[in-house]
Design a protein around this ligand. Structure first.
Ligand SMILES: Cc1cc2nc3c(=O)[nH]c(=O)nc-3n(C[C@H](O)[C@H](O)[C@H](O)COP(=O)(O)O)c2cc1C
Length: 347
């Protein structure tokens, strides 16, 4: 179904407005990172100033294992946001995702809001974005390849947002045939496919199925940060006490569980969902994430302090992560693994 562009414009505007507040946070559920503490290692032999974060993501060298999550595109307002996020991503030399390119497929008048990114960030790893509810309706994936080419993306991200579709007025809670379509999609397009949630988390069981059809990356986007059910409940202005507000699997649980699949599958594990501090990002790495990612806090920082604020925020997080690595005796970020203790075990 093609959506009226006026309605889409209004919806995207409301999404941004709501996400600039913390009204859309989970009410009682957390991402679970607060249950862990780092194990202090008194005889650390790390030289703090030698710690380095650069790594390879989507065949490109990046300076920090951190990603600006998929957020926006398709409207004049989102063109400005994408441009400013891209300026920050370019300065940091980190990857970034665009928001859903559904409008790109249905109406190419909005191309500029996505294309603007490559003007200011010609070589960062860039990821395209479409929802599961669009994928299930497609019979050939030529249009997906077109939007990959349009923004010269290095990967295509498909988002799973079942609880959002359920709560959204005129949402499309129909993902029937999804895995079969994904199996075709990964073979048809020229870039790797990554699958993400939007804040309800991906379980080990779901990730295993996705990896089984050829998906190359999983972004768990777990519960405890932005609740997309909450966004739609608030937009509907109908129900404020709804059991689906807090629906989903906490981020820390998802990372820990999906990481177990690394034994049998080669894939990138992205840890996101309510990562709002350096310590939460460090704990995501410690539980097994290769890359950490955030959405809402980055948007809020952009509106508060501009692209310079976003750069400062990410740099400051990684300074703190360096300190955590020094204190836990971790020379490399992947040595943070096994450096966590459940707080219950401390007393
Ligand atoms: C304003 C805004 C718009 C978003 N739009 C999209 C989108 O179009 N596609 C998508 O995959 N995720 C979208 N997301 C979800 C984020 O990528 C992320 O998965 C989710 O917000 C959880 O991360 P957080 O707790 O750090 O915000 C959006 C998030 C925000 C804040």
């Amino acid at each position: 179904m093609t959506e009226d562009p006026g309605l889409t414009f209004q919806r995207k505007k409301e999404h941004i407005e709501l996400c600039l507040t913390d009204k859309v946070n989970f009410k009682h559920k957390t991402n679970g990172f607060e249950r862990y503490e780092f194990e202090h290692y008194a005889i650390t032999e790390v030289e703090k100033d030698r710690i380095e974060f650069s790594t390879i993501f989507l065949k490109k060298k990046i300076n920090y294992p951190f990603l600006i999550s998929c957020m926006t595109g398709g409207t004049a307002e989102s063109e400005i946001i994408n441009e400013r996020l891209a300026i920050a991503a370019n300065e940091l030399n980190i990857p970034m995702g665009v928001g859903s390119q559904r409008l790109n497929i249905e109406n190419n008048n909005n191309d500029q809001s996505y294309k603007v990114i490559r003007k200011v960030a010609p070589s960062i790893p860039l990821m395209g974005n479409l929802g599961a509810s669009q994928i299930v309706k497609m019979n050939n994936f030529g249009k997906v390849q077109k939007i990959v080419d349009l923004i010269e993306s290095d990967a295509m991200v498909i988002h799973l947002n079942a609880s959002q579709e359920l709560m959204q007025f005129k949402g499309e809670p129909d993902f029937s045939g999804f895995l079969r379509k994904m199996e075709k999609l990964v073979k048809k397009i020229t870039v790797p496919v990554i699958v993400k949630e939007v804040g309800a988390g991906i379980s080990k069981k779901a990730a295993e199925k996705l990896l089984g059809v050829g998906v190359k990356g999983i972004d768990v986007a777990g519960a405890g940060g932005t609740s997309w059910s909450a966004v739609e409940i608030l937009r509907s202005k109908v129900e404020t006490d709804n059991i689906f507000w807090d629906w989903g699997l906490p981020t820390s649980f998802c990372i820990r569980e999906v990481f177990k699949l690394k034994k049998e599958h080669k894939f990138v594990l992205i840890g996101s969902g309510g990562i709002c501090t350096a310590s939460e990002a460090a704990k995501a790495f410690a539980l097994g994430a290769d890359i950490a990612a955030s959405a809402k806090i980055i948007l809020q920082e952009l509106f508060k302090n501009g692209e310079k604020g976003v750069v400062k925020l990410v740099v400051s997080w990684f300074e703190v992560i360096k300190n955590i690595m020094f204190l836990t005796g971790s020379h490399k970020i992947n040595e943070l693994k096994n450096r966590l203790i459940l707080k219950d075990k401390l007393y």
